[in-house]
Design a protein around this ligand. Structure first.
Ligand code: ZN
Length: 329
């Protein structure tokens, strides 16, 4: 193995590990609602991904697809080598991570004015902060070839139509998730986490937060969006003893009001902005993506809870299951 080959193998191992590490850390930061830090980690993950792809290609590991499939079947087994540190390896990375560490020490996310938009060169993986230069300072790739990690897009890229469609769909999904389960089942908390009732209540609470922000953006000039933390799940205990029918009505009412506000808005209206301490100056579409990504995560969680509840029921009360199936058909 030549020195260059050895260096490339070291790069491949180091950047592949770095890619996975940053990517999973980004997922965790999102779970902890540290959205700017998540954006920084996701950009860092892409730096590593691009560098590992460059190394993999330059090692001659990529041929025509027929050959790649053959190699895949044969079980690719590159020589592994000691890598040294795999993260925090560049000056810009260390500077950004240090900022994140300071914010976390203060128990918060990075604020919008503490982390600019991030760009990663799609060719060489160079990371840049702030307004992007016309071409990459390292490899001359034009800025059209950069990946962007901008605060305004960090919540997702759904447009107005998709946002409204998804918001319309949630009630039906919720109905299917609670269908056929007894009040007792719906109030049952899994070992870790919340009951289905608490989650329905939480989604209703968050819909109201979203609607208030949307209203401010639409009806006032450059509003400061309430930075008070949205109602957390811990506050949803009040819903534990409410009949599910009533709760579904609460959700449907708030959602109908929200949809009433959003339906038929012009593209210009969707691009009106407000200022949020953490997200920065963001358009209404950002907040639409925010509420949908939040909802999606909880709907997955609820589907899992339902599945687990049904499995438990099957094991303990086969007769109840039969009754339930009978009632449904
Ligand atoms: Zn470059």
């Amino acid at each position: 193995m030549s020195d260059l080959d050895l260096e490339m193998r070291r790069m491949l191992c180091s950047t592949s590990l770095g890619y996975t590490a940053y990517h999973v850390w980004a997922q965790q930061a999102r779970r902890e609602r540290r959205f700017n830090i998540a954006r920084l980690l996701e950009a860092s993950s892409n730096v590593k991904r691009i560098k590992s792809e460059v190394a993999f290609r330059s090692l001659g590991e990529v041929g025509p697809t027929a050959q790649n499939i053959e190699r895949a079947l044969a079980g690719l087994e590159p020589a592994t080598v000691a890598t040294g540190p795999v993260t925090g390896t560049s000056t810009i990375s260390r500077s950004l991570m240090t900022r994140a560490a300071r914010a976390l020490d203060a128990g918060r996310d990075l604020n919008a004015d503490e982390l600019g938009d991030l760009y990663v060169c799609g060719t060489c993986g160079e990371m840049m902060e702030g307004a992007p230069p016309p071409f990459c300072p390292v490899c001359n790739t034009v800025h059209e070839g950069f990946l962007s990690f901008r605060a305004a897009e960090a919540m997702g890229a759904l447009g107005p139509q998709s946002i409204v469609k998804k918001l319309e769909h949630t009630s039906a999904t919720l109905h299917a998730l609670v269908d056929g389960l007894s009040e007792d089942c719906l109030s049952r908390r899994p070992t870790r986490g919340y009951s289905l009732k608490e989650l329905v209540g939480h989604l209703a609470d968050m819909d109201a937060v979203f609607r208030e922000r949307a209203w401010l953006i639409l009806e006032t000039e450059q509003p400061r969006l309430p930075s008070a933390h949205p109602p957390t799940l811990a506050k949803a205990t009040v819903y534990q003893h409410m009949p599910i029918g009533e709760m579904m009505e609460i959700f449907q009412n708030t959602r109908q009001q929200t949809l009433g506000l959003l339906r038929g808005l012009t593209a210009a209206a969707w691009h009106r902005t407000g200022h949020h301490e953490v997200f920065g100056t963001i358009p209404l579409t950002h907040q639409g993506n925010w509420v949908i990504s939040h909802e999606r995560a909880h709907l997955v969680e609820m589907a899992q809870i339902r599945h687990d509840l049904l499995t438990q029921l099957d094991e303990t009360h086969p007769l109840q299951l039969q009754n339930r199936l009978f009632q449904r058909s």
